[in-house]
Design a binder for this molecule. Structure first.
Ligand SMILES: [Mg+2]
Length: 190
């Protein structure tokens, strides 16, 4: 029996601080997220982190992710890169190649970028927006703070900048609580 993990919505029974960092779902990679789930959740707009979510440390993305994006678009799902990257050049190149709109220097977990992007789609409610990313402390926390749905994916690269590496052990602790407490729909453990 599926039990939904309601995270990032105002009615939280669990007062645990850790809940702020819980994604609604966890997948190995973006391409594994089925359209059926997107449809079931009523998602109309997908916000995607870029580094380690779409591209690896060399700036490369897989053919499968390109296909996945194309497929989602064919289903009328809007997609947007929301990246903390300071390099507009890189974000713009990836966005252009994949046919996505983009927001760079997003400063996640600040909700500033989410607010701005969602204002571009006044017809879409927050409950219809999904954030996908590889980091609990930026992508997932930011998404939860903005009250949108979140999916955590496993980072593409193990090579990371120092600050991200530092945060990983703490992420592991939070995730172990997440898996212990929640009977979630996770397809994998990160
Ligand atoms: Mg990332």
């Amino acid at each position: 029996m599926e039990k939904e993990v309601i995270v990032g919505e105002k009615k939280l029974n669990d007062r645990s601080l850790l809940r702020n960092f819980y994604p609604k779902y966890v997948f190995e990679k973006v391409e594994d997220i089925p359209y059926e789930l997107i449809a079931k959740e009523g998602i109309k707009l997908i916000l995607m982190d870029m580094d380690n979510t779409i591209i690896d440390s060399k700036g490369k993305y897989s053919k499968d992710i390109k296909k996945w994006i194309k497929y989602m678009k064919s289903k009328n799902i809007k997609l947007y890169i929301v990246s903390n990257s300071f390099s507009e050049k890189v974000v713009k190149r990836i966005a252009k190649e994949l046919g996505l709109r983009y927001f760079y220097k997003a400063s996640k977990p600040s909700t500033k970028a989410f607010k701005k992007v969602s204002m571009e789609f006044p017809e879409i409610n927050k409950s219809e927006i999904l954030m996908i990313g590889d980091q609990l402390f930026t992508d997932i926390w930011g998404g939860n703070r903005f009250n949108i749905k979140t999916i955590l994916v496993k980072r593409i690269n193990k090579k990371e900048i120092f600050i991200s590496r530092l945060k990983r052990p703490i992420e592991k602790v939070i995730l172990s609580h997440y898996y212990k407490k929640e009977e979630n729909l996770s397809k994998c453990k990160v």
